[in-house]
Write a protein that binds this ligand. Structure first.
Ligand code: ATP
Ligand code: LTN
Length: 333
């Protein structure tokens, strides 16, 4: 079975930006590669590289798993699991650190950005994060790795490490290819449409969270920052607020941007915003219903157990193969 692997960090509530930019992309990747198994995991070990609150972390892990499932991923070709439940991830991270150079890690821009934001000291795990991520991917011989543009550098390092292992030990791992959405919908903040919609924005009015109720979604969209021109056209420079609402509407309905402009050319902003709110509510309502159903049933744990069993078997074999090649311990089958 060929594998596609990706991880998501359990560090906050999912919002419309992550849904349209990331979850929808996974669904699309599954549709384009029906012969591959998608191994999707909640990257809780990655989350631990910066301080986390125990109760919040535990809640977010389950919430994320249920939301991803509720969003319409095809379960026939999906293994969903929790990273820390597979010991091979931490083992592989250590082994790969022995094949990753300081200079390579020092070049990682995400480390530099995240390290700067830490007020109480920077953990060494934040520095070695890319080796953990490389392990996540190489453990499963992933052929493709769907990620956002921000993860491109980590993927390049993963490929370098894979090639290094193969040069040293023969064919040890598959060299993965990133799948980066080309024109992925970039959803902007509702209060400052020049910034992306983000879960770490202190202003809660800047986003729609996937679990917000209908009244709140309507309120957020109706009060989204726009301009005073009162014509609906796509212009990210002059009219970033309206352009963002057009992008949201287009991403949800599947209508191309010019078609959205044409539909609303005679509408005022209030009418257009009502239509965007209706589209968002219509998209999220079935996801929320399924989410609550999953959270209340044993199905979620069953799915996570199945995902864990599939991943664990594959990953344990790979670790053993690498340990044997390295001369660690006693030779094992
Ligand atoms: P943070 O606030 O910590 O930067 P975030 O809200 O940007 O977090 P991430 O967890 O970094 O969310 O993003 C997960 C994935 O979702 C990434 O692949 C990213 O490209 C995508 N994504 C996040 N926000 C948006 C957005 N506003 N529009 C499109 N895609 C997004
Ligand atoms: N670093 C990624 C999450 C992540 C991941 C992975 C993605 C961890 N391990 C393996 C793809 C493959 C992020 O912050 N978005």
């Amino acid at each position: 079975m060929k594998h596609i692997v990706s991880g998501i960090q359990p560090t906050g509530s999912l919002n419309l930006g992550t849904y349209l930019g990331s979850i929808k992309n996974f669904i699309d990747v599954q549709r384009r590669h029906p012969e591959h198994q998608l191994l999707l995991f909640i990257a809780d070990l990655h989350a631990l590289t910066v301080p986390q609150d125990k109760m919040k972390l535990r809640k977010t892990i389950k919430e994320l798993a249920a939301l991803y499932l509720a969003s319409g991923l095809n379960q026939d070709t999906l293994s969903l699991f929790i990273q820390s439940e597979i010991p091979a991830h931490a083992q592989m991270a250590y082994l790969l650190q022995c094949f990753t150079y300081m200079g390579e890690l020092e070049r990682m821009t995400q480390f530099k950005d995240k390290a700067q934001k830490q007020t109480k000291g920077v953990s060494s795990a934040l520095f070695t994060y890319p080796a953990l991520m490389a392990g996540d991917i190489l453990l499963y011989d992933a052929q493709y790795v769907p990620v956002g543009e921000d993860q491109k550098q980590h993927l390049e390092l993963t490929r370098d490490i894979a090639i290094r292992l193969n040069n040293r030990f023969g064919s040890m791992v598959t060299v993965p290819e990133p799948l980066i959405p080309k024109v992925g919908a970039r959803i902007m903040s509702l209060t400052d449409p020049t910034k992306k919609m983000s879960k770490s924005d202190v202003n809660v009015k800047s986003r729609v969270n996937l679990l917000d109720d209908e009244t709140l979604i309507r309120k957020r969209i109706m009060s989204a920052v726009t301009d005073s021109e009162d014509t609906i056209r796509y212009d990210t420079k002059e009219k970033p607020g309206i352009a963002n609402l057009i992008t949201i509407y287009s991403a949800i309905t599947g209508q191309a941007i010019p078609a959205v402009e044409a539909t609303f050319k005679d509408s005022d902003y209030a009418t257009f915003k009502r239509a965007v709110a209706d589209a968002v509510i219509g998209e999220l309502a079935p996801i929320q219903a399924r989410y609550h159903e999953l959270k209340a049933s044993p199905e979620l744990d069953r799915i996570l157990d199945e995902g864990k069993a599939y991943a664990d078997r594959f990953a344990t074999n790979k670790i053993r193969k690498l340990q044997n090649a390295l001369g660690l311990g006693r030779k094992r089958k």
